[in-house]
Design a binder for this molecule. Structure first.
Ligand SMILES: C[S@@+](CC[C@H](N)C(=O)[O-])C[C@H]1O[C@@H](n2cnc3c(N)ncnc32)[C@H](O)[C@@H]1O
Length: 376
C-alpha cells in the first residue's frame, strides 16, 4: 500500500465536515480497498466519475497526481477547490470583502429561495454572488463558492434535494436556525483549512463526459465508479447544488426551473438502465486501452452482476487480476430488515502494459466539451 504524504490526513481518511455523505453513491467505505490496488509504480490516478471527490482527494494524500472528472458543476467545483487547489483559502479580510453589502446585487435567490432558506440567507447568497469577483484570484473565488454551497449541504440530511409546492425544502426541517453568513465564515476559517493540502503535483479537474475524459487523458491507474442505473437521478437529486453554482457564477439565466426540474447538463453518456450501463462500461473499457490498470468498484443494487463486468473487461480491455466482494447492508424503511447487497471491487491489468512502451504524458485538461457519445 502506498504511504501518505499528508500526515494531517492519516487516520482520519475523511474529515467530518467534508459533506461527502450527501453525495449519493460516494465510496468513502471503499477507500482502503481502492488504495490497496493502486500499484507502487503509479504516478497518476484518473477518476472518471469523481462525484463527492472523496476518492480523488484521498488518492491525492498518497502523493499521486490526480486527474478527476464529473459531468456535474458542483462536483467539478469541489474538485477544483479541494483536489486541484493546494493552498488557497479564505482569510478574515476575504470574508469581510464577501460580506460587504453590494447595492448592485441581483435579487434572484431572494425571489426563488427566501421561503426555503429564509430571507436573510437568500439575500446573503445574492450578495455573495455580487462580491465574488472582488476577490480577484479565481481559485479563491472557487473556494468561496464551494464553501458556501458545502456549508448548506452539510446541513442537509439526505443526498437528494426536493422542494414542496410552497417552495420549501421537502423532508425534515434541516435549516432551523440556519445563519448562512455565520456558518460560512466558520466553515471557511475552521473546517476548510484542514482538508487543504498540497501534494506537490499538478492535479487537474475536468468537467465532461467520462468517455471523452478517458479517451483524451493518460493516467497510470484509472478508477471507475459508473453511475449504474440512475445516472439521470444525479441531475435530478443533486441538481439544486449545480443551480447554486450557476447562480453564484452569474449564469442564473440558464437554470430553467429553479426548484425540482433537472439541472441542464451538457450531453453525456447515460448509464441509467442495465443495458445502457453495460454498454457505457464496454465503451469505457475500449477507450481505456492506453491505461495500464483499471480499478472499478460499485454496489450491486444496480442489478449488474460482477461476472458481466469481468467478462466485458477481459474481452475488451485486459486481464482481471483481483475480484473481491463483501456484503453491504442497505437501510430500508424497516430498520430490522436491511437490504443485503454486495460491494464489489474488480482490478484489470492491460497486457502488455502501456507503461512498458509509452511515456505517460497527460495533455492539459480542456474544459470545453468535446463531442460525446450520448446513450440516452
Ligand atoms: C456513483 S457516482 C461516483 C461517486 C464517487 N466515486 C464518490 O466516491 O463520491 C457517479 C458520478 O458520475 C457522474 N456522472 C454521471 N454520468 C456521467 C458521465 N456520463 N460522465 C461523467 N460523469 C458522470 C454523476 O454526476 C456522479 O457524480
Amino acid at each position: 500500500m502506498r504511504g501518505l504524504v499528508h500526515p494531517g490526513a492519516a487516520g482520519k481518511i475523511l474529515p467530518r465536515f467534508y459533506p461527502a455523505e450527501r453525495h449519493r453513491g460516494h465510496k468513502k467505505a471503499h477507500l482502503p480497498w481502492i488504495m490497496a490496488h493502486v500499484p507502487d509504480w503509479a504516478e497518476s490516478f484518473g477518476d472518471a466519475f469523481g462525484g463527492s471527490g472523496i476518492v480523488g482527494w484521498h488518492a491525492k494524500t498518497h502523493g499521486l497526481r490526480i486527474i478527476t472528472n464529473d459531468i456535474m458543476a458542483f462536483a467539478h467545483l469541489r474538485a477544483k477547490a479541494v483536489i486541484v487547489n493546494g493552498a488557497a483559502r479564505l482569510h478574515e479580510r476575504d470574508l469581510d470583502i464577501l460580506a460587504e453589502p453590494n447595492p448592485f446585487r441581483a435579487h434572484i435567490a431572494e425571489e426563488w429561495y427566501a421561503d426555503a432558506m429564509g430571507a436573510a440567507s437568500a439575500s446573503w447568497l445574492d450578495n455573495l454572488a455580487a462580491n465574488l469577483p472582488k476577490l480577484g484570484d479565481p481559485v479563491k473565488q472557487d473556494v468561496a463558492a464551494y464553501t458556501a454551497i458545502a456549508t448548506l449541504m452539510a446541513r442537509m440530511n439526505y443526498s437528494q434535494v426536493r422542494f414542496t409546492t410552497e417552495h420549501r425544502f421537502a423532508g425534515k426541517r434541516y435549516l432551523d436556525g440556519f445563519d448562512w453568513c455565520r456558518e460560512f465564515r466558520e466553515h471557511a476559517l475552521n473546517a476548510f483549512p484542514p482538508i487543504l493540502h498540497d501534494n506537490g503535483m499538478a492535479n487537474e479537474a475536468c468537467r465532461g463526459d467520462a468517455l471523452e475524459f478517458v479517451r483524451s487523458h493518460r493516467f497510470d491507474c484509472l478508477y471507475l465508479d459508473p453511475p449504474f442505473v440512475g445516472a439521470s437521478r444525479y441531475e435530478q437529486d443533486l441538481g439544486f447544488y449545480d443551480k447554486l453554482v450557476m447562480l453564484l457564477t452569474g449564469r442564473h439565466g440558464d437554470i430553467g426551473d429553479p426548484f425540482n426540474g433537472p439541472v441542464p447538463l451538457p450531453p453525456h453518456t447515460n448509464f441509467s438502465n442495465r443495458s445502457k450501463g453495460l454498454m457505457g462500461l464496454a465503451l469505457l473499457f475500449r477507450a481505456a486501452t492506453h491505461v495500464p490498470r483499471i480499478i472499478l468498484s460499485y454496489n450491486t443494487t444496480s442489478g449488474i452482476h460482477p461476472d458481466e463486468i469481468a467478462r466485458d473487461g477481459e474481452r475488451i480491455y485486459g486481464r482481471l487480476v483481483v475480484r473481491e466482494e463483501r456484503t453491504a447492508l442497505l437501510p430500508t424503511a424497516r430498520a430490522d430488515r436491511p437490504r443485503e447487497t454486495k460491494d464489489v471491487l474488480l482490478v484489470f491489468n492491460r497486457h502488455p502494459s502501456p507503461k512498458d512502451s509509452m511515456p505517460i504524458v497527460t495533455p492539459p485538461c480542456d474544459q470545453s466539451l468535446l463531442p460525446v457519445t450520448v446513450l440516452r
